[in-house]
Design a protein around this ligand. Structure first.
Ligand code: HEM
Length: 410
């Protein structure tokens, strides 16, 4: 039975069990499946590791600009009218070479391992604040809404140079943008409500740009506000989009990883013990959590020539959706993919994508996850679930919405 239509169902995709069950079916039975539905432009669904890696590394044959994520036809139309592009924004994710290479170059230095490594003391101190908060909550909390949502947000906002008082608003806007299929998180079911979220982001960062042009400092916002591209100041749409992608891609994803990572440690207590006994495993554990959670569910590419996957022709101009959580559970490429193993060599995982668009913030993300658990684990005497975990209903960036826990911290 064909089940590819379930891929846009936020209820199926917003639940770990049903999502992975669907992916297993698609990998085995429909590895190159055509999705056709009146509300969406059609696209192909790829779920095998090998195919996703292949597409991601051929940036000239499989381009980003025409379509980057799955959105309804009517919304794409609204974006086209408002911004003159079907994607709405013009972020790195929406660009192809040579523009992509040039704009990625603006912040490349900032996101390299060694400058990111210099942020360690700042990140450690934010991690400590959040573990202290967990302790102050007295032994029970909703780990997602009380802790994991706020920690990466504080880190990325410090990096961008946004004041702590404005964080609440930024968190709400990101949830409204990414969780917009979820009745509890979206601004409303209406497409114009979704559009208003984008407009609010735009207005906010326009002010930040103006401020950093007048008062430059050494923060990332100043780098973006004053960037020159091809000898000219960066275009306004590119610039605001750069802010939005850095602000949004940088916290919901990491927060989802920390929440899902803690849940995994509760489900695999032998791995928790191993990590507590040997903190040198923290980096590989952070990477395993990122594989395990794979918070970015998909990205899209569009073919510039006719291609073929497993005997199935895909025509030039047609789009492909690449499902990262599925690639990361594909036993054809990853040994024992359904076991959570903090010692795993995660070289083959695709949670950060692959090729020219591979996540710009990957070193930051790993460091944040590592710093959080480096602070938490030596202080953690016990932890267990105190209620049922709930998932965000989303087909783009997903993760836990609620993780009630009971614990003893010293
Ligand atoms: C792109 C995943 C954290 C900034 C991406 C892509 C994925 C991804 C799958 C698309 C790659 C592709 O198309 O091949 C993740 C995950 C994270 C994370 C799983 C956390 C666990 C971050 C952080 C930042 C960030 C902390 C920092 C600000 C970006 C940017 C891009 C991107 C700017 C666009 C890169 C481009 O198109 O050239 N990320 N990300 N991400 N990510 Fe992340």
């Amino acid at each position: 039975m064909k089940r590819v239509h379930e891929i846009v169902n936020p209820v199926v995709m917003g639940n770990e069990e049903s999502m992975y069950e669907l992916f297993a079916h698609l990998r085995d039975e429909e590895p190159v499946a055509y999705f056709d539905h009146p509300d969406f432009e059609p696209f192909w669904v790829l779920t095998r590791h090998q195919d996703i890696k292949h597409v991601s590394q051929k940036n000239d044959v499989f381009i980003n600009n025409p379509r980057t994520i799955i959105v309804q036809r009517a919304f794409e139309q609204m974006l086209l009218e408002q911004f003159g592009t079907r994607n709405g924004l013009e972020t790195l994710i929406h660009m192809d070479n040579p523009k992509h290479r040039e704009l990625r170059g603006v912040t490349r230095e900032w996101f390299k391992p060694s400058p990111i490594g210099r942020l360690t003391p700042m990140i450690e101190s934010i991690a400590k604040e959040h573990v202290d908060k967990m302790q102050a909550l007295g032994g029970t909390c909703d780990f997602v809404s009380d802790i994991s949502l706020h920690y990466p947000l504080r880190v990325i906002m410090s990096i961008i140079g946004v004041e702590p008082e404005e964080e609440g608003m930024m968190l709400k806007l990101t949830q409204e943008l990414f969780g917009s299929e979820d009745p509890e998180q979206g601004r409303g079911g209406d497409l114009s409500d979704r559009m208003s979220v984008l407009m609010d982001f735009f207005a906010y960062f326009k002010n930040v740009v103006e401020d950093r042009k007048k008062n430059p400092s050494d923060d990332l916002a100043s780098v973006l506000a004053n960037a020159m591209v091809g000898g000219k100041p960066m275009e306004e749409l590119d610039q605001i989009s750069y802010f939005i992608i850095t602000a949004t891609a940088g916290h919901d994803t990491t927060s989802a990883t920390i929440g899902g990572g803690l849940k995994a440690l509760m489900e695999f207590p032998d791995q928790l013990r191993k990590l507590q006994e040997d903190p040198s495993l923290l980096k590989s554990a952070a990477k395993e959590m990122i594989r395990w959670v794979s918070p970015v569910r998909h990205m899209m590419r569009t073919c510039t020539e006719d291609v073929e996957f497993h005997g199935q022709k895909v025509r030039s101009g047609e789009s492909l959706a690449l499902w990262y959580p599925s690639a990361n559970r594909d036993a054809r490429a990853i040994a024992n993919p359904d076991s959570f193993d903090v010692t795993r060599d995660n070289r083959e995982q695709l949670a950060f994508g692959y090729g020219g668009h591979m996540c710009l913030g990957q070193h930051l993300a790993v460091l944040e996850v590592e710093c959080f658990f480096r602070e938490l684990l030596p202080r953690l005497e016990s932890i267990e679930l105190a209620g049922d975990p709930q998932w965000v209903r989303a087909v783009f960036v997903g993760g836990l919405k609620s993780l009630p826990v009971r614990y003893k911290l010293n």
